[in-house]
Ligand binder design. Structure first.
Ligand code: NAG
Ligand code: NAG
Ligand code: CA
Ligand code: CA
Length: 429
């Protein structure tokens, strides 16, 4: 039993030690990191591949899919391009030179399929390039791993980043959407915090193509929400939809006169024409009239509307914004996922104790307990009723978990023997 537990506990540590931490990092090229990993034994193609795989890496193919030295069932097309001198892709990024002139590349061998010089790998070694791997031992294998595209924390508002090949995706918290979780529903409106900087009028145009407009500030809660949102995303100064018209009239994006709490910071030059309104990140996000031609980030706003048709599954309620480009599903209890398509497995967390088996149900679970245990989670020891009661002589006691019966051979079917006030008799259920 103990051996078993210790084995389980050791597995994550071993994995953490081997995946992605052995070897020397060389270069990152279009979505892949290249590393050299110490090999033991002759530098055959087979050994290079085995060395990479043992370290938790992939074996890069020499050149692209057209290179005759790559047996593509043995290696991964990671985007290297050079077929004849296949280590040069890496050395040129690493040293700005061809591989023989790049010191760190010495003794590095690359997989060449199984047909190059009797299954050799190709290396930079002893002044030769390609040096025949079968004649050399204990050098380095060129290996690759998918670059972690999540290191820059690209997902905002607590979204979870999922690394992909030359890309990432974000799993957004409830109420958030978009490639980087930059679209947020708040108090009946949707807001999109921009990733890029545009002039005031281009920003306005971009929001309106999505059936929205640049955000207005109509109350203090909304103002706090928008400034907090900018601070949590790019942190950059951002356009609002409000304009400062001659002479000093603050208007909303629909040209109506602003009634809201937005204070334009003092000591600004008087306006001779319309001025756009910028929340200035260098000035505690105070509103400042700014020439609309400057390039800044921006916040789009749209109404929240119902969806037609309702694409949410399992009875979820659907709302949309920005011309239905964003869908939010409000899922019933027990369901999850962007479209409520996931039936949550309530058995996930070892709910049933003492070896009980768990049966998943909609927003609930049931435990089937091992003999000797009872309770919703099999948490309590089952009472041994038959040890507590004494059936009349010659009768047999049957323990049903929550109750017991004494059975007498002469009780007719459907009329088990029952106890009442210390005496037993045959009675119907
Ligand atoms: C933002 O505020 C800073 C600091 O007060 C100021 O130097 C800068 O000119 C302001 N930018 C704009 C566009 O108003
Ligand atoms: C969906 O909306 C209806 C009506 O507002 C409400 O009664 C129901 O509880 C909502 N369902 C969910 C899963 O939120
Ligand atoms: Ca990646
Ligand atoms: Ca369930």
């Amino acid at each position: 039993m103990w051996k078993f537990l210790i084995f389980i506990a050791a597995v994550p540590t071993l994995l953490a030690a081997s995946v992605g931490s052995t070897g020397t990092f060389l270069a990152t090229i279009s979505g892949y990191d290249y590393l050299k990993v110490q090999a033991s034994g002759p530098m055959t193609a087979t050994n290079v591949k085995a060395t990479c795989e043992a370290a938790g890496y992939v074996t890069p193919c020499a050149g692209d899919g057209t290179c005759k030295w790559s047996s593509h069932d043995g290696c991964v097309l990671t985007g290297l391009t050079k077929c004849t001198y296949p280590l040069d892709d890496v050395s040129e990024v690493l040293c700005g030179k061809r591989a023989p002139l790049c010191r760190v590349m010495r003794g590095v061998y690359i997989f060449m399929g199984y047909n190059w010089r009797s299954g050799s790998a190709c290396g930079v070694d002893g002044g030769y390039y390609c040096s025949t791997g079968n004649d050399h031992s204990d050098k380095y294998a060129l290996c690759a791993r998918d670059t972690d595209d999540c290191v820059s924390n690209p997902c905002w508002f607590g979204g979870t980043c999922v690394d992909e090949t030359r890309d990432f995706s974000c799993v957004c918290p409830k109420g958030f959407s978009g490639r980087r979780c930059e679209i947020v529903a708040f108090s009946g409106k949707c807001y999109q915090f921009s990733l890029d900087a545009l002039s005031g009028s281009d920003a306005e145009q971009t929001c309106s193509t999505k059936n929205g407009h640049l955000a207005d500030v109509k109350d203090g809660q909304q103002q706090t929400f928008i400034t907090d949102g900018i601070a949590a995303t790019t942190g950059a100064s951002s356009w609002l939809g409000m304009k400062l018209k001659p002479v000093y009239t603050l208007t909303y994006s629909d040209d109506s006169v602003s009634q809201g709490p937005l204070q334009i910071s003092a000591a600004q030059p008087p306006a001779h024409c319309d001025l756009c309104v910028l929340l200035n990140s260098s000035n505690s996000f105070q509103a400042e009239p700014t020439a609309c031609t400057e390039q800044h980030n921006y916040v789009c706003q749209s109404d929240v509307e119902s969806c037609e048709p309702n694409v949410c599954q399992n009875g979820g309620n659907c709302t949309s914004c920005f011309a239905e480009s964003v869908i939010f599903c409000d899922c019933p209890d027990g369901f999850a996922g962007t479209l409520c398509e996931i039936e949550i497995d309530e058995c996930d967390s070892n709910t049933c104790q003492n070896g009980g088996t768990c049966q998943d149900d909609v927003n609930s679970y049931r435990c089937r307990c091992r003999p000797g245990y009872m309770g919703d989670n099999c948490e309590s020891a089952d009472v041994d009723w038959c040890a507590l009661v004494t059936c009349p002589f010659d009768w047999t006691c049957h323990d049903y978990g929550t109750h017991f019966t004494c059975k007498a051979p002469f009780c007719p079917d459907g009329m088990p023997c029952k106890e009442r006030g210390g005496s037993f008799s045959c009675r119907a259920d």
